[in-house]
Design a protein around this ligand. Structure first.
Ligand SMILES: Cc1ncc(COP(=O)(O)O)c(C/N=C/c2cc(O)cc(-c3ccccn3)n2)c1O
Length: 526
């Protein structure tokens, strides 16, 4: 068991040992813009170019001076930070800016969205799971009220001798007893089956290789089996669908289709009919899949997903926690592919790199107002993170959205260089994916490499981490892999990425590609 200065270790023992094993066991001492610093054995401060930036949480980099100055001023003014159950106008101020951006960026974004705040992205996703269930239960209540009324009508018709009970394909009725007994037997069995179905939870839809967080409900929306499978008994299940297979999407929805049993009196005969049951709670979608190698959705997939949700009647929940806040060159990444959501989630950069904040947005036509006082959390919607969020939104929207144009230009420049490296090493690099400053370079599968060390690293899913270790060790650049196979490295820097940073990154990547081409697996071992 490794421990600092021989003391006991109470936290991160396993994590730190693993980080050391792949060459990532560095403790950073300072951070500014796109640079992290650590102090080496000689007491020298060593700069490291940061392409991870908190998994895309730092659109304005580490400790942006305007954000830190704003934070200091807020603290000096002793703004109220934790004042739950009081009027907090900053909540509506943030929501108003987000609504204005939605109306500008999302085609058909015709409505207002209510905002509920959270402390983390996964918590914002959990809030959406809860609210979607509130919506689903309201739909079920409406259905069961109607079924109740129809049962009463059937009872009255049979009692008055105006109707008889027909045989039906759903429930076998005994021949004994009169029409009233047969009807009661039918209604009892239909009621029992309906109650069983209603007692079950919803099924959620998500895309293959989705990442929506790691809390109890959200981890079931994250396909990575290592993170999800141990906890399947704790929450609703998810059907993971291929974004590029619209027919399979339709087939999956059809497969999930189920019905409540209802009765109708038609021309003196009581018949049993099926009523579509809202088994699908919601469809969660990332416009750019962070854990799937930064792959963006196509416009066709966006249209198909929207059509599925409209047909099923469930909310389309656009998870912009990773892709939002300007990272892709627009505030909402969904604007690139015309993806219109009923709910949205945002987090990461809304905290300005120094606060924790997240928000879920709900289209007014769907929002259940009672939810405002049903869901709460001590630290959410706090005055400090809200103040930072308003500053970040002001900076993003400044100069007619200059920050988005910079993100697009810097991202295009970086992607151009990554693509050049990929074309120079077609035997080593599979592809470059992403939009704006949400990019990934995918290495070819090395599980059948000539080099045994390479084969082993690839087979264990550690290739990307070992590449990151070498790039950190020899080029003082911080990258991390991005799923699903872990043989891609992510690039999510701030908009302050310079041409010199890009040149350094190119140099490091060419070094890695040369090592992989030479099958020099030992070079990747720290
Ligand atoms: C789309 C989306 N929805 C909800 C979340 C959850 O947000 P929180 O992390 O704030 O709870 C994230 C946050 N992403 C975290 C993330 C994204 C990723 O690509 C990899 C890892 C990760 C984390 C630890 C180890 C390995 N990988 N973490 C996200 O990207």
């Amino acid at each position: 068991m490794s421990s600092p200065a021989g003391g006991s270790v109470f936290a991160d023992r396993v994590l730190n040992d693993w980080l050391n094993s792949v060459g990532l066991g560095i403790e950073y001492s300072r951070a500014e813009a796109n640079t992290l610093y650590f102090v080496d054995e000689d007491g020298e401060e060593v700069p490291v170019l940061d392409h991870v930036c908190g998994f895309g949480s730092l659109i304005f980099g580490h400790h942006h001076p305007d954000i830190t100055a704003h934070a200091k001023a807020a603290l000096d003014q002793q703004i109220p930070v934790y004042v739950p159950l009081s009027r907090q106008s900053h909540a509506n101020d943030i929501a108003a800016v987000l609504n204005a951006i939605l109306r500008r960026e999302i085609p058909g974004g015709d409505g207002d969205y209510a905002a509920i705040f959270a402390n983390s992205g996964a918590e914002a996703v959990e809030i959406c799971v809860k609210h979607a269930e509130l919506e689903r239960r309201a739909r079920i209540a409406k259905l069961t009220e109607e079924i109740g009324r129809n049962a009463q009508e059937a009872r009255e018709a049979v009692a008055a001798g105006r109707a008889t009970v027909a045989e039906n394909p759903y429930i076998q009725l005994g021949r004994e007893g009169g029409e009233t007994e047969r009807l009661e037997q039918l209604l009892a069995e239909a009621g029992r089956r309906n109650a069983d179905l209603i007692a079950k939870g919803p099924v959620h839809l998500a895309l293959e290789n989705a990442f929506h967080g790691k809390l109890v409900a959200s981890v079931q929306l994250t396909q990575n089996p290592h993170w999800r499978l141990p906890f399947t008994s704790l929450a609703s299940s998810t059907r993971f669908l291929r974004a590029d297979r619209p027919e399979a999407m339709k087939a999956a929805v059809e497969e999930l289709r189920t019905s409540l049993l209802d009765v109708l009196v038609d021309d003196g005969v009581v018949t049993v009919v099926e009523r579509d049951f809202p088994v699908i709670g919601a469809f969660f979608v990332e416009p750019v899949q962070g854990a799937n190698g930064m792959r963006p959705l196509t416009e066709a997939a966006a249209r198909e997903i929207r059509a599925v949700c409209d047909a099923v009647g469930c909310p389309l929940i656009v998870d912009e926690i990773h892709s939002g806040m300007g990272r892709t060159g627009a505030f909402f990444a969904g604007s690139h592919m015309g993806l219109r959501g009923d709910y949205y989630t945002l987090a990461k950069s809304i905290g300005g790199g120094i606060a924790k904040n997240a928000v879920a947005l709900f289209h007014r036509d769907r929002f259940r107002p009672e939810f405002e006082v049903m869901h709460s959390s001590t630290f959410a919607k706090d005055g400090f993170s809200a103040s930072i969020a308003l500053k970040v939104l002001e900076m993003l929207e400044a100069d007619d959205g200059r920050a988005y144009r910079v993100a697009a230009e810097r991202g295009d420049r970086l992607k151009e260089v990554l693509t050049t490296v990929a074309s120079d090493f077609p035997d080593v690099v599979d592809a470059v994916h992403g939009i704006g400053l949400m990019l990934a370079l995918e290495f070819k599968d090395q599980t059948r490499a000539a080099s045994e060390p390479l084969r082993e690293k690839a087979a264990s899913g550690m290739l990307g981490y070992c590449v990151a270790g070498l790039v950190l060790r020899e080029h003082r650049i911080r990258v991390l892999p991005v799923g699903p196979a872990g043989n891609s490295v992510r690039f999510e820097p701030s908009i302050y990425l310079t041409d010199a940073d890009i040149a350094r990154t190119e140099n490091a990547l060419r070094d890695v590609c040369t090592i992989l081409r030479a099958q020099d697996g030992d070079r990747l071992t720290p």
